[in-house]
Each structure stands twice: as structure tokens, then as C-alpha cells.
Design a protein around this ligand. Structure first.
Ligand SMILES: [Zn+2]
Length: 241
């Protein structure tokens, strides 16, 4: 596991070379918020990182319910039974193993590794705009129907889940990158993902922190390029159908 810090944001990267999976610790005055829960074997590394920082993890916020973002959830909940678990109302259904679409959603199948046997029940169902400590929840559907990004209102660091990928080339969720195609393969609806990516750009983040790949400081130019590329490619693909 590799730890990288930018201000109050710590990136914990598991398997950084082979198949990088990130989760994040956000430092508050007396406590830590864990964003996403990486892989089942990540429990130990996450607890060690919190110990190094010297504050307790009191909240776990899940950006979405894919297996590589909730892997250590049950393991952590066993060790930290008092932790409060947050996920969007929509992705709570995925967390419970339900892949059915809701009325009014674009008719594309929910993809990726949706867990089948997670024991942990979320304590709080997030809606767009909710606050969790210094974090503001920002609905960013597309990769999954209920994906939430989190904006640290102190620094404007944006923890964007899989709304973007950085590994294999910075891209909007749904745009296939040859060297790391997995986030695109797991994306529910790219048009919705592009809309959300545009909305996240409007927040003018100071740091872009995603599920797969390194953190990027001052990311606006890079995000703009990714938005342009996605708009062009998604448009061409749509024209070919
Ligand atoms: Zn995902």
C-alpha cells in the first residue's frame, strides 16, 4: 500500500503498479472519514494508516457500490462497530445486491462487480448536497446510477469515485482506455456520466482524486481535455449505431 498526502486528504493506493485501487482518508479536527473501502484484504492497511495519522475512523462514505470500492467494508465494520456508513439512496440498492433499474432511468444494464453478500447496512442514505463533516456530497450518476462524489469544502479537493479515471489516461467514466479499460467496462451509462463529469468540472476542484490512479493537483485543464475527448468519442459512437 502506498500513502500519498495532499493537505487533509490521504490517498491509500493498493496494488499501485498492477491494478491500482484507491481509498481515501479525510482528516477532520478529531477524526477521520474513510471514503470507499477498497478490497477485502485492505482492512489492515486502512487501520494502519489511521493509526499513523493518530485519529479514529468514525465515518465510512461509499462513492458507489462496486466490489473494488466496498471490499473492506464488512471487515472494517467488525473492528469499528460504531462507525457510521454512508452511501447514496440509489446505490444502497446495489450494495444490497439489487441490480434492477428504477422507473425513469435510462435503460442500460448496471455493470461491474455488484456485490451479492455484503452484511453491512448503511446508516445514512445520502442525497445530493448533504454534508458529511467537511465533505459535501455531489450526485454524479453515470458510472453507477447513484454514484456520489465528495467535495472537501475547505480545500475544494474532489474525491470523484469513478466519475473519472486517471490510470491509463485521464478520462470520463465510460471512455475506454486501452491500458486500463476496467472503469469503462463497469460503467452503466456514458451519456449520464459525461453530464455528471461536466457538473463536477463546474465545482472548480483544486485536486482530482479518483478510484484508480494518482491524485492530480490543479486539474482543470486536464479535466477540460478529458471532457472534450469524451464528448467527441461518445458522439461518434452514437452516430455509428
Ligand atoms: Zn466502479
Amino acid at each position: 500500500m502506498k500513502i500519498t498526502r495532499i493537505g487533509a486528504l490521504y490517498q491509500l493506493a493498493f496494488m499501485p503498479r498492477f491494478f491500482p485501487v484507491n481509498c481515501y482518508l479525510v482528516e477532520e479536527e478529531k477524526e477521520l472519514t474513510l471514503i470507499d473501502a477498497a478490497l477485502p484484504f485492505s482492512v489492515k492497511g486502512i487501520l494502519q494508516a489511521a493509526e499513523q495519522i493518530g485519529k479514529p475512523i468514525t465515518r465510512i462514505v461509499l462513492t458507489h457500490a462496486h466490489g473494488d470500492h466496498i471490499g473492506a467494508l464488512d471487515g472494517l465494520k467488525k473492528v469499528l462497530p460504531d462507525v457510521t456508513v454512508y452511501i447514496s439512496r440509489r446505490d444502497a440498492k446495489l450494495l444490497a445486491g439489487n441490480k434492477e433499474l428504477e422507473a425513469g432511468e435510462p435503460n442500460s444494464p448496471i455493470k461491474g462487480d455488484v456485490p451479492k453478500s455484503v452484511q453491512t447496512k448503511p446508516d445514512v442514505l445520502l442525497e445530493d448536497g448533504d454534508r458529511v463533516g467537511s465533505l459535501q456530497a455531489v450526485a454524479a450518476p453515470g458510472h453507477t446510477p447513484g454514484m456520489m462524489a465528495l467535495l472537501d469544502v475547505r480545500s475544494r479537493a474532489l474525491i470523484a469515485g469513478d466519475a473519472f479515471q486517471v490510470r491509463g489516461g485521464v478520462a470520463v467514466s465510460g471512455l475506454m482506455k486501452f491500458w486500463f479499460p476496467f472503469p469503462a467496462m463497469a460503467t452503466w451509462n456514458k451519456e449520464v456520466a459525461l453530464e455528471s463529469a461536466r457538473k463536477l468540472r463546474q465545482l472548480e476542484p483544486s485536486v482530482l482524486a479518483v478510484g484508480h490512479g494518482r491524485m492530480i493537483e490543479q486539474p482543470l485543464t486536464i479535466i477540460d481535455r478529458a471532457l472534450e475527448e469524451a464528448a467527441k468519442k461518445f458522439h461518434l459512437e452514437a452516430a455509428n449505431i
